[in-house]
Structure formats: C-alpha cells, structure tokens
Design a binder for this molecule. Sequence first.
Ligand SMILES: *[C@@H]1O[C@H](CO)[C@@H](O)[C@H](O)[C@H]1NC(C)=O
Ligand SMILES: *[C@@H]1O[C@H](CO)[C@@H](O)[C@H](O)[C@H]1NC(C)=O
Length: 274
Amino acid sequence: MAMAAKNLLVSLSLVISSAVLFPRTEGSGDRGVLGQSQREFDYFALALQWPGTYCQRTRHCCSSNGCCRSYPLTEFTIHGLWPDYDDGTWPACCSNSKFDVKKISSLIPTLEKYWPSLSCSSSSLCHGGKGLFWGHEHGTCSYPIVQDEYSYFSKALDLYFKYNITNILNSAGFLATNSEKYFLKDVIATIENAIGASPEVVCKHGSLEELRICFYKDFKPRDCGIRSNTLHSSFVGRSSCPKQISLPSYSPLMLELGNATVTWLVDGGLFSPA
Ligand SMILES: *[C@@H]1O[C@H](CO)[C@@H](O)[C@H](O)[C@H]1NC(C)=O
Ligand SMILES: *[C@@H]1O[C@H](CO)[C@@H](O)[C@H](O)[C@H]1NC(C)=O
C-alpha cells in the first residue's frame, strides 16, 4: 500500500476507533514485555482461565470479582486475545488511544458472563493509572488485523464460542473435580484432535490454571509452541504442569453482592461517567 494511503488509514482508524493496549500483568504465566521498537505481531493466543484454579484461592471478595458470584463458574473464561511474537515476547502499549467502555456497551452482558475478572485487583494500564480488567487486555497491538476496540472484543468472543474448550474437555471425560487427576498429555491430545493445533497450558500447584489456543493472523488454529528463541525464562508454558493435573471445582465465598447486575457493574467501577 502506498505510504500516504497507509498513513491515512492509520490516522482514520485511530480517530474512528480506539482500542486498548495494556500490558498483561494479571495472573500467572505472565511474560516479559518488549521494549520500544515494535513490529507487527506474529500470531494470536486466546488465553482462557480455569475458574476452579483461580477461585479456589479467593480470599477476598468484591463485586467485580467473578469468583465471588453466588454460583460457581464452571466454564473456562476468557483472559484475553493476545498478539504475540514467535520468540515468546509480545508488543505492548501500541498506541495512546484510550479504552472506551461505551464502544463495547452492546457486548457487556456477554463479556460479564464469559470474560470476568477473577480477582479484585484493578489492572494497571499502559499510561499509568488503574482500570478495568477488560481495559488492560490487548486491543491496539492487534492492529492492523483487528482494527478497533469493538472488533477486538467481538473477535475474541467469536473464537471462544467457536472453540468451546470446556465442551471439548467435558465431552472427552475431563470434568471439573477435586478427586481425580488427568494426564496432561491426554488433555493436550484431546484439544489437538479437536482443533488441529497444540495448546499451551499453564498450571499452578498442579492444577490447570490457564489454557491458550493459538491462531494465525487469519484466525486459523496453529500450534502455540513455535518459538525459536524464548527470551524470557518466566515464560514457562507446559513445564509449569506436572504429568498429571487437576481441573478443580470450587465453592464461591458466599458474600453479599448487591442485587442486580447493574449494581455489579457500577459498583465494580466499570463505568466512569464523563
Ligand atoms: C460450551 O460447552 C458447554 C458444555 O457443553 C456448554 O454448557 C456451554 O454453554 C458452552 N459455552 C459456550 C460459551 O458456548
Ligand atoms: C438487596 O435486597 C435486599 C432484600 O430484597 C435488601 O434488603 C438489600 O438492601 C438489597 N441490597 C442492595 C445492595 O440493593
């Protein structure tokens, strides 16, 4: 594309849409953050959290914490759709555009259900300050493949619905339980058979905590583990899991939460009316 046209496109898209791009710092399995010069990413990872593992550790409740709902979360939930480089690093803080929750207002009920924060801490944002869990997940670094905030969140949801990992595992007999362990290789093979690519798995104390499925930039599944040169030793991938892993269930801390979803949202600080 001609330079001028490309520049125009970039400026237009920054005006029309603003997506977020904040470093991921929540949860385990975090990896280092790249420095200044950033090129276009290589692939996407859809990171899914296993609530049983996160929520078993909940000691502290607040209205924005999905673990604190009165019913337990029994499906993998979305952590983020992350643009990554093949070397194990990823781009971060790709533009100054601010996360605007109003741009995704029609998605909020779905996001609340399938993309809840599983802790009470607010996310640290790129340009200082604290914000929503959603705000800290990547948006702008996915440019130009995903062009705006709305597309970013709806694409992540589409992939999540299309590759229903909870269903894939349940159908193969991997059910949430605190009394049984499963062979890691069987869990991985089940996902490989279902989606045609290998996932990346992250464990905490022997429990499956996060599962990532990876995509080429055209959103066809690809293996997650193609990394020539892993720069960050904190990137542990499979090695954080023992041979046998558990898929725990949990009982929510029964805290009084307010009576309505709207309360939950406002209370959780999601909206900051201008
Ligand atoms: C995924 O599959 C499970 C189990 O079959 C089902 O209960 C659930 O509704 C599905 N989730 C989504 C997001 O489609
Ligand atoms: C929730 O409902 C109960 C009884 O219906 C009421 O007493 C309480 O004040 C309500 N709490 C909130 C946060 O609205």
